[in-house]
Design a protein around this ligand. Structure first.
Ligand SMILES: *Cc1c(COP(=O)(O)O)cnc(C)c1O
Length: 218
C-alpha cells in the first residue's frame, strides 16, 4: 500500500459516518491524487481556479472537485464546468457571476457561504450578522442556478483550543438558525482542517477539509 492510501485509511477511521472528507490536494501533483483516488477517495479540494481546471481535465471524471479557496469573479469561468461545490462564497457579486456562467451552460452549482469567524483580518467571508439577509429566500431566488447548501468557516490559526472551539460553536449556531428556514438542501457545515478537525467535528461539522494529514506538509 502507498503512504497516501495508508494515511487516508487511518484518517477515515477517525471520521464519524456523517462527516464528509474533502481531501485537499492543492499544490500536490496528479500522481498523488491518483493514489488517493485508487484508495477510494472521490472528493478533492483545490484553492486555485486554474489548478483545479487543469487537474480536472486530466483526472478521472467521477472526481468531485471542490473549490475551497478565495475565488475572484473573473476566475469563475475556469471552474464552472468542473466544480462540484464552491465553499468560498464571500460576496453577492460572486454569486451574480456564478449564476451568469452556470445559466449559460445549464448547470446548477452547489455552494457554501463563507463566514468570517476568526479573529484574523486576512480571512474572507461574510460577517455572521449579515448572513440572515444574504441567505434570505427572496434574495437567493435571484440565483436559480445556484443551490446554497450551507456554510463554511475557518477558525483562527492558534494553539488556543478554547478560542477555536468558541469560533466553531458560533458558526454551528448560525448554521442551525439559518437551517430552520432554509430547508432540506441546507445540510452542509464545512469546518475543520488538519489541525482542528477534531474540535470541529465535536462542534457539529459535517464536512472537513484535510490536506497535510493525508498528503504531507506543503
Ligand atoms: C489548505 C486548506 C485546507 C487544508 O489545510 P491542512 O491544514 O493542510 O489540512 C483547508 N481549507 C482551506 C480553505 C485551505 O485553503
Amino acid at each position: 500500500m502507498s503512504e497516501i492510501s495508508t494515511a487516508l485509511k487511518e484518517f477515515q477511521k477517525t471520521l464519524p459516518a456523517h462527516v464528509t472528507l474533502v481531501a485537499v490536494s492543492k499544490t500536490k501533483p496528479m500522481s498523488l491524487i491518483q493514489e488517493a483516488y485508487d484508495a477510494g477517495q472521490r472528493i478533492f479540494g483545490e484553492n486555485r481556479p486554474q489548478e483545479l481546471a487543469e487537474k480536472a481535465a486530466s483526472m478521472p471524471e467521477d472526481i468531485q472537485w471542490h473549490m475551497i479557496g478565495h475565488l475572484q469573479s473573473n476566475k469563475v469561468k475556469y471552474i464552472i464546468h468542473e466544480v462540484a461545490m464552491i465553499h468560498s462564497i464571500d460576496s453577492l457579486g460572486l454569486l451574480d457571476e456564478i449564476e451568469k456562467r452556470a445559466k449559460k451552460i445549464d448547470r446548477k452549482i452547489d455552494v457554501l457561504l463563507q463566514v468570517h469567524i476568526a479573529k484574523e483580518e486576512q480571512k474572507h467571508g461574510f460577517d455572521e450578522e449579515n448572513l440572515h439577509m444574504i441567505s434570505s429566500k427572496k434574495l437567493l431566488e435571484r440565483y436559480p442556478h445556484i443551490v446554497v447548501r450551507g456554510l463554511m468557516g475557518m477558525a483562527t490559526f492558534t494553539e488556543d483550543e478554547k478560542q477555536i472551539r468558541t469560533e466553531f460553536k458560533s458558526l454551528k449556531n448560525t448554521f442551525d438558525s439559518l437551517k430552520n428556514d432554509r430547508g432540506e438542501n441546507f445540510d452542509t457545515l464545512s469546518m475543520g482542517m488538519s489541525g482542528d478537525h477534531k474540535i470541529a467535528i465535536e462542534e457539529g461539522s459535517t464536512m472537513v477539509r484535510i490536506g497535510s494529514s493525508i498528503f504531507g506538509n506543503r
